[in-house]
Ligand binder design. Structure first.
Ligand code: ADP
Length: 253
């Protein structure tokens, strides 16, 4: 059941890099329980938006509210702690470490446990067991069984799934996914579609950047379209794809 409650609010968001107006006054709301997709031609500012929302970049101007709390320019680990996790367009895993270690590391930003504490503090051992259990649960959820394989030996699509598991293990309420289907083959993309729906059924709100319109059509509750750092359209997939402004923007690509 989709709710009408806004949990994430973006107002007048700007991010300029010198003279480059990557994001230039963007407004949109993400409703609780939605799969909200950000689309737009290459260079339209999608990744920059997600980078500002997740605290990687500071905003040049504008406001971001998460659960009615101002989070503009909050540090990334604090945003994760509030319940918003993310994955990256360029996979950021440790290739030499195992799958399970990579997923466990993702939670340390949330729990504040550092490796020294885990080794020397008895209380932390209990915390460590919980971290491990959450990591195993997240991997089982994405359908990944080979916990001890080194990440460097996995296919690109498998690495993307591990990244999603790492984000899931922080038990997010909101998930930012930056082109999760990039580099996936058609079978892996269909697995991803199912996974997105299952995560959404768990109650996780998803803000997704995606190029693959076939995927977008299958999952999107709502779509926001960017072009040259500005919002040019929003609505259902059907509405935005028949919007002349959107067609013009994609034809010009
Ligand atoms: P999209 O994700 O829609 O492809 P991006 O957000 O990656 O678009 O980029 C939007 C614009 O901002 C592009 O013109 C890009 O070159 C520029 N840009 C992105 N990141 C930086 C940066 N760190 N420094 C300078 N320019 C950037």
């Amino acid at each position: 059941i989709k709710e009408d409650k806004v949990i994430f609010e973006v107002k007048g968001l700007k991010k300029h890099f010198g003279g480059v107006k990557a994001v230039d006054g963007v407004d949109f709301n993400v409703k609780k329980g939605d799969i909200h997709v950000l689309i737009g031609p290459n260079g339209s500012g999608k990744t920059t938006v997600i980078n500002v929302l997740s605290g990687i970049y500071t905003a040049t101007d504008g406001h971001i509210k998460y659960r009615d709390q101002e989070i503009t320019n909050l540090k990334p680990h604090l945003i994760v702690k509030m319940g918003a996790a993310r994955t990256f367009q360029n996979i950021r895993l440790f290739p030499e470490l195992s799958v399970i270690d990579n997923v466990m590391i993702g939670q340390h930003t949330r729990t504040k446990a550092n490796l020294l504490n885990i080794i020397f503090n008895f209380k932390m051992r209990d915390e460590e067991r919980k971290i491990r259990a959450r990591a195993e649960e997240a991997l089982a959820f994405v359908g990944f069984e080979n916990y001890f394989e080194k990440v460097k030996n996995l296919s690109y699509g498998q690495q993307r799934m591990v990244e999603i598991a790492r984000a899931l293990a922080t038990e997010p309420e909101l998930l930012f996914l930056d082109e999760p289907a990039a580099g996936m083959n058609p079978e892996e993309t269909q697995e991803l579609v199912k996974l997105l729906k299952r995560m959404n059924e768990l109650g996780i709100t998803i803000l997704l950047i995606e190029h693959d319109m076939h995927l977008v059509t299958q999952v999107a509750d709502y779509v926001t379209v960017l072009d040259f750092g500005k919002k040019i359209s929003e609505g259902s997939v059907g509405q935005v794809l028949s919007d002349p402004e959107v067609i013009k923007a994609y034809l010009g690509e």
